[in-house]
Design a protein around this ligand. Structure first.
Ligand code: PIF
Length: 395
């Protein structure tokens, strides 16, 4: 017998669970780590493996495409204001996994680490690469018949004693070839509340502005509302947004909760424009991952010969953690970090700078430095194939 709300997922032939449960990390002395490093940039502090989930920041960028169907819908929506509503829903949907992800942090990829994700069923393929180590910068690029999606994200941490703010910089970009649109928007702050206790939870707050660089017909403003100290439970995780025309008049209004769904009652038929997929069975035992997240680090036999050795799926400490070998993972993480330090030392000696393989530095329309794809990944994968390329061993 099934619970009334349970959804039997369509079979994709992908794995539906992980091999091992997530470890109990309540003994990890995060307090000592944070207090010993007060005033220090936390991205320069090595964290123990059991604090991690077996997904890294490159894969997290891909996770933002879990609801890429919203971009497909936008690409088929002739009305530009309505189209913007779907783009906004997509921008919000990427924040939803945070509701279940309060106990672990993603792996920090090593410099030059890459990740690819081919989703024929969803119609896109993505690549990402760690292009800078300090500060950590991850770049990605995805393409499909209906859209392209790219961003480069760097993070800053601000530790306030009880909470830790993750402040991202870098813009998200989406192009819809069917209408010649190029949308661009910023990200909001994610705050880890009660960072030192098991009552840890995540909150997003701030304003997102979406503009279309190829048309000034409309813009969109989204507010992730900061919960007040005396706020009731129900005021948590609220988002509100408006689509404005050139004169600043509101054409559409939408809102809801970023973990539950977004409604728009100004559309021709008022509708729920997005709600998250049902979580898989026993998700709390598996890092709070969604089905899509479980699939991110899957290494299928047919994929193995096609991947470059820099792909995150081949990173041993992350795989060990996923398989429940926590102590081994922790030891391996140290070794991998040490190898990276050694490579860095050698490069400095030679007076060289690291050059990312698949992304190049460019200026965006506003003159900001950005990392964009150099277009070589899928070509090299096909010919001569990564097995035939001389490459850099990362671990
Ligand atoms: C190591 O990364 P960690 C450090 O960067 C270390 O300095 C470096 O040595 P080096 C190692 O090579 C690295 O492996 C530290 C830091 C990394 C992020 C962004 O993996 C976090 O050990 C985004 O981690 C978090 O972590 C989003 O930065 C959460 O990965 C929603 O700052 C942090 C994490 C903050 C702790 C949060 C804990 C909450 C559970 O000698 O080369 O410098």
């Amino acid at each position: 017998s099934q619970a009334p709300n349970s959804v039997v997922p369509k079979s994709t032939g992908r794995r539906t669970t992980l091999l091992a449960h997530c470890p109990d990390n309540s003994h990890v002395g995060l307090m000592a780590i944070l207090y010993n490093n007060i005033g220090k940039d936390l991205s320069r502090v090595s964290m123990p493996a059991p604090l991690n989930e077996p997904i890294n920041l490159l894969q997290r960028l891909c996770e933002e495409l879990e609801y890429s169907a919203l971009l497909d819908t936008a690409s088929r929506t002739p009305d530009p204001y309505q189209r913007m509503v779907y783009i906004a829903a997509f921008a919000i949907s990427g924040y939803s996994p945070a509701i279940y992800r309060n106990r672990y942090k993603p792996f920090n990829p090593v410099l030059g680490e890459t990740y690819e994700c081919v989703r024929e069923d969803m119609g896109f393929r993505l690549i990402s690469e760690q292009v800078c180590h300090h500060p950590p910068i991850s770049a990605c690029h995805a393409e499909s018949d209906n859209f392209s999606f790219w961003q480069d994200q760097r993070w800053k941490n601000k530790f306030w004693g009880k909470s830790l703010e993750i402040v991202p910089t870098g813009m998200v970009n989406v192009k819809l070839p069917s209408y010649g649109d190029h949308y661009e928007w910023n990200k909001v702050v994610t705050c880890i509340h009660n960072v030192l206790s098991q009552q840890r939870y995540l909150e997003h707050y701030g304003e997102v502005t979406i503009t279309n660089l190829n048309s000034n017909v409309c813009t969109c403003k989204i507010t992730f509302v900061k919960s007040r100290y005396w706020g009731s439970e129900t005021s948590k995780n609220e988002v509100q947004g408006t689509v404005l025309d050139q004169s600043g008049s509101v054409i559409h209004r939408f809102g809801g909760l970023w973990h539950e769904g977004i409604y728009c009652d100004t559309l021709p038929t008022p509708e729920c424009i997005w709600k998250p997929n049902a979580q898989p069975k026993d998700y709390l035992l598996y890092y709070g991952f969604s089905t899509f997240a479980i699939e991110l680090n899957e290494l299928s036999p047919d994929l193995l010969p096609l991947l470059p050795p820099t792909d995150s799926r081949l990173r041993p400490d992350q795989r060990m953690l996923e398989e429940g070998q926590v102590d081994e993972s922790d030891k391996k993480k140290d070794e991998i970090e040490e190898m990276q330090r050694e490579r860095r030392k050698q490069m400095t000696k030679r007076g060289e700078d690291h050059q990312p393989r698949f992304f190049k530095k460019a200026k965006d329309a506003s003159g900001r430095d950005v990392w964009i794809t150099n277009g070589s990944y899928w070509k090299l994968r096909e010919n001569p194939g990564f097995a035939n390329i001389e490459k850099m061993a990362l671990w």
